[in-house]
Design a protein around this ligand. Structure first.
Ligand code: FAM
Length: 435
């Protein structure tokens, strides 16, 4: 057993004891009351899940095991000569709860390289879809085809002790994270690069190798991928992709089944698909206005038209956050260092100055500030990755780090089948009438 797996088991055993104690001694403690409106309106604000990997503060944004994004950029190991944190380090942090050493990160990089083999039937399953299929459809089909490799599913069919679930979940999660860049790159090269594929380079880090397999050798793009894979990885447990993965996993579905379910949620336009919607919206704006550099007044008019058409402004607003997303700010800083004069990036910055007051004045939007998706597309376009329908797949590869680390915790902590109570509106009416 690798030292990271052993360390995880020790940490999980410790937390198990603490949780048993909490439930035994404080199990009847009320956390909060739930209102009728919350039940109808997306369960906003109801504390109903435990997710160890990260915690979202409405004003500060995400913290991974207590570390903010700027702190991660300072403290996580980097490639030699690089400035961006390695996603392997974030995975270690989310899994173990401590910052990794350089050696831990190198160990994970080589583990991912070693576990990255994707069997041919996965590529055949993707090839069975028309090239016109959305990349997210190809992605979940690829992950589902890979489910044949699940060590948990095999072991469960043979019969295993509950106490060992975590071990198989850990191996499946490691394998899946290792294999996702290969699947994603295959989809990209099949759909957009005449089916000409690039073999992995086992000497590169996980995100660097992903960039290489996509066909981008520019060191700036590799750095962007490292940052991108870190900032999209996790956003506590209630968002659609994390919650779905956790929910499906609670039925003891393996990592492949659970992650594919989460990815189908990420593919929705109010969640991960927003990243393609943002760039589509900006490109449409440029086309309609007939200029590559719209003025702030022109942007404002276009935003008002979007709203008048009954559409949302993509990349703005959030269910929990109430300030500018630090994931947006991290990308803005990256752009200021690497591509300050990029035309599209400057439009993104002008939109940032224009949109919040307009949304605020609507009076109903709870958060007028940009989220992670408002910036990512412009950075990718700069390096030549212009095929925006692919962007949510990048988000998905990154999200695997968070949701699979959480699944390992779910099984190691022996979490129950998730099954909240639902009621009918008739039940609500009778409840109000006091019946
Ligand atoms: N543009 C226009 N209207 C917006 C808006 C936006 N960007 N954000 C919220 N609103 C509207 C919302 O549609 C709702 O209107 P109705 O009452 O007429 O239905 C009202 O403001 C109140 O909504 P809220 O309470 O502020 O937001 P929700 O918690 O219901 O929804 C989001 C949150 C993210 C779904 C919403 O802000 C939105 O649709 N944003 C645009 C899509 C987007 O960028 N999604 C990506 C989120 C991202 F972080 C991610 O998951 N990757």
């Amino acid at each position: 057993m690798g030292h990271i797996k052993e360390k995880f088991k020790v940490k999980a055993d410790e937390l198990n004891v603490e949780i048993k104690d909490l439930v035994k001694n404080h199990g009847t403690r009320k956390i909060e009351d739930v209102t009728l409106a919350q039940v109808y309106q997306g369960m906003r604000g109801i504390t109903g899940l435990v997710t160890e990997t990260s915690l979202l503060d409405a004003n500060e944004g995400i913290r991974f095991r207590g570390y903010s994004i700027p702190e991660l950029r300072d403290n996580l190991p980097k490639v030699k000569g690089g400035a961006e944190p390695l996603p392997e380090g974030l995975f270690y942090l989310m899994l173990i709860g401590e910052l990794p050493s350089e050696a831990d990160v190198q160990h994970l990089s080589s583990q991912f390289a070693r576990r990255s083999h994707v069997p041919n039937h996965v590529f055949a399953a993707i090839d069975a879809l028309p090239v016109s299929a959305h990349p997210m459809t190809m992605f979940t089909v690829g992950v589902m085809a890979l489910q044949t490799e699940s060590s948990f599913a095999k072991a469960y069919a043979e019969g295993i002790n509950k106490k060992d679930y975590w071990s198989y979940m850990y191996d499946d999660s490691m394998d899946l994270i290792a294999r996702l860049p290969r699947i994603a790159a295959y989809i990209y090269r099949r759909k957009y690069k005449n089916n000409v594929h690039i073999q992995p380079n086992g000497l590169l880090d996980w995100a660097g190798n992903f960039a290489h397999m996509l066909g981008y050798e520019d060191e700036g793009f590799k750095e962007l991928m490292r940052l991108y894979m870190v900032i999209h990885a996790d956003h506590e447990g209630g968002n659609v992709s994390a919650h779905t993965t956790h929910l499906v996993g609670s039925a003891l579905s393996d990592a492949y089944l659970s992650f594919a379910a989460g990815m189908n949620g990420l593919a929705g336009p109010l969640h991960g698909l927003a990243n393609q919607e943002v760039i589509k919206w900006i490109l449409n704006m440029r086309e309609e206005l007939g200029t590559n550099a719209p003025t702030k007044q022109q942007i404002e008019d276009y935003v008002r038209k979007t709203l008048a058409d009954g559409k949302v402004v993509p990349g703005y607003g959030h269910a929990v956050l109430r300030k500018t997303d630090p994931r947006f700010t991290a990308q803005m800083e990256f752009a200021k260092t690497h591509l300050p004069d990029d035309e599209l990036v400057n439009i993104v910055w002008n939109i940032y100055e224009t949109v919040p007051p307009i949304l605020e004045n609507l009076g109903k939007v709870k958060n007028p500030w940009p989220n992670v998706d408002a910036h990512s597309g412009a950075l990718l376009v700069h390096y030549g990755l212009v095929e925006y329908e692919f962007y949510t797949v990048l988000f998905g590869v990154s999200r695997a780090l968070g949701v699979l680390a959480s699944l390992c915790w779910d099984r190691a902590l022996g979490f129950s089948l998730e099954r909240p109570k639902s009621v009918t509106t008739e039940w609500m009416k009778q409840f109000i009438e006091g019946k």
